[in-house]
Design a protein around this ligand. Sequence first.
Ligand code: CMP
Length: 136
Amino acid sequence: MTEDADSLRKVPFFEDLTPDDLERIARIGERRSFGAGDTIIAKDTEGQALFVLLSGRATVQAGGKTHELGPGSFVGEMALLGRRPRSADVAAVEPTECLVFEAMYFKPFLVKNPSVAVALLEGVVERLREVQERVS
Ligand code: CMP
C-alpha cells in the first residue's frame, strides 16, 4: 500500500473503504503542507476542494467561534457540495499536512462510495448541531 493510502486508512472518514478504494482515493488527492499560521482556506474565496487533515492542527473561524481540527478531520465540504464561496477562514496552528481532493474527482468518488458520502453527511450534521445549540 502506498504511503498516502496508508495514511488515509487511519482516517475514520475512510475506514470502510477497501484497500483498492483507498489506493484510488489516495491517487486523486494531492498532499499539501502548511506551516504554523498559514492560511489553508480563505473566507469568501472560490474553490471546491475538500481538505482532509493527515497530521497537525488547524482552526476554523466561523460565526464568532474558533473550532479546533485535528488529524482525521475535514474542511471545505460546504463549497464542495454547495458551490458557494468559502464560508470561513481555516488556518494551520502548527505544521499541518493535508490531502486535498478537487471536487471534479471527489464527487464521482462519493457517488461510487456511499459509505464516504454518509460519513461526510454525519460530519456536516455534527457541525450543524453545534451551530444550532449555540443559537438556541
Ligand atoms: P467551506 O465553506 O468550503 O470553507 C470553510 C470551511 O470551514 C467550511 O467549508 C467548513 O468545512 C468549515 N466550517 C464552516 N463553518 C463551520 C462551523 N460552524 N464549524 C466547523 N467548521 C465550519
